[in-house]
Design a protein around this ligand. Sequence first.
Ligand code: SF4
Length: 458
Amino acid sequence: MVTKAAARSTRPAVRTTGRRAPAVGFVSLGCPKALVDSERLITQLRSRGYDIVSGYEQADLVVVNTCGFIDAAIDESLDAIGEALAHNGRVLVTGCLGAQPQRILERHPKVLGVTGPHAYERVIAAIDEHLPQPHDPFADLVPPQGLRLTPRHYAYLKISEGCNNRCSFCIIPQLRGGLQSRPLDEVLREAEQLVRAGVRELLVISQDTSAYGADLRYRQVSWEQQSYRTKFLDLARALGTFGVWVRLHYVYPYPHVDEVVALMGEPGVLPYLDIPFQHASPAVLRRMRRPAHAEDTLRRIAAWRRAQPGLILRSSFIVGFPGETDAQFEELLAWLDEAQLDRVGCFQYSNVAGAAANDLDDPVPAALKEERYRRFMEKAAQISRARLAARVGQTCRVLVDAIEDGVPIARSAGEAPQIDGVVRLRAARGGARRPAAGQFAEVRITAADTYDLWAEPV
Ligand code: SF4
C-alpha cells in the first residue's frame, strides 16, 4: 500500500513562476496496479501544471485512489475518504471502490465526485472542473518516464487492465472490465524510458500476466528491428534485452509459461515467478472458478525447477473458502509440503459484496478459518526457514533498496519489493565500499531466519 508518506517522498520540485500552482493532495491505497494508476494521474497532473503536495493543509483538493478488493480494504478506503474530508473538505474519489459510488456517497455525501478505476480522463476532467488550471509550459517539468511513487531504481510496469477470468471470490472484472492489453510497443517504450531514467528492476504487473495480448489477438509489432507478438512470451523476451532485472508477477500456470521459464537468467527475466495458486484441492479450485485449475501444478513446478534449479516461487492462498472440508485443507497442506514454495502469503476467506462466492453453501466457521490459517502459516514458515537456510553460503547479486541505520537493505532475484523478505548487508571484510541505494552488489549469504537473509559483500 502506498501511503501519503510515500507520496511525500516523490514530491517534485516546483519552479517558481510568480504565482502559486493549484495544489492536489493524493492518497493512494491498494495494490501495485492501483499504485501505477496513481503514478499516471500525478504525472498527468504535473504535466498540466498542478503541484502535488503531501499534506491535507497545503492541498486545494485531495484525490483518494481507493481499493475495493475485500471488505477490510473497503473499510480502509472509506476511512481514508473520511480523513481527507475532515482535514481538507474538498475530496474526489477514484479507483476500484469508485465502481460502487452509492457505497461511498451513503457514507460520505460531501465528496465532490466519484469515478471508477483507471478512469484517468474523467479524474482529470473532475479536477479541472473543481480546481481549474490552464496548461502552463513553465510549470511543465515532467520527465518523459513520468512521475513515480516507487524508489528511483525499480518501477512497476502495468501491461494490461481488467481480466477475462471470473473467479467466484473476486469482483475485479466487474470493477475494471475485461482484459485490455496495452500494445507491446507501447509497453516497451515505457520500459525503455524507465531504464534510461535509472530504473534497474522492472516489475511486470497485471491481473493475469499469462493472458497478455489475447484480446489483441497477439498483434505483431516491430521493436529494434525485431518482430514480436503482443504475447507474454515475447514480452518477456523483449524486456529481457534491456539489461535490467525483469520480475514477473500474477502469472497463471498456462502451458506457455514453460517457455518463459526457459528464458530466465540474469540480467533479464529473473528466475522468480509470482503465481497466485490460491488453493491446491481441485474441488476447491473448481468452486473458486480459478483459471488453469485443471493443471497438474506439482508436475509443472517440478519441471520448472529441473529447467531452472534456482527458480524462486511465490504464491498466495485462501483458506476457509465456502465448502472447504478438513480433507481438502489437508490436501492443501500436503501440496505445500511437496511444492516447497519459497514465499507464501495467505488470507482467510471473507465475502466481498457482489462476488458470486457469497452464494455458496457451507461457510467455514470463523474459528475454523483462524485455525486453518494458523496451521497454514506454520507450515509455510517451516518451508521458508528451510529454503532460506539452504541458501547460506551461496553467492548472489543483490540490489540495494535503502540504507537503514547504516545497514544496506537489499534484495536478490528471490525477493520482490514490499511482499517478500530482504537481504541485510553486514559490513564488508577488508573495508570494501558499502553499496548505496539503487546499486547492485555481489554478496555471500551468511545467515538466514524465517523470512530474511544476511549477507556480506564479496
Ligand atoms: S484472475 Fe481471478 S482473482 Fe485475478 S483479477 Fe481475474 S477474476 Fe480476479
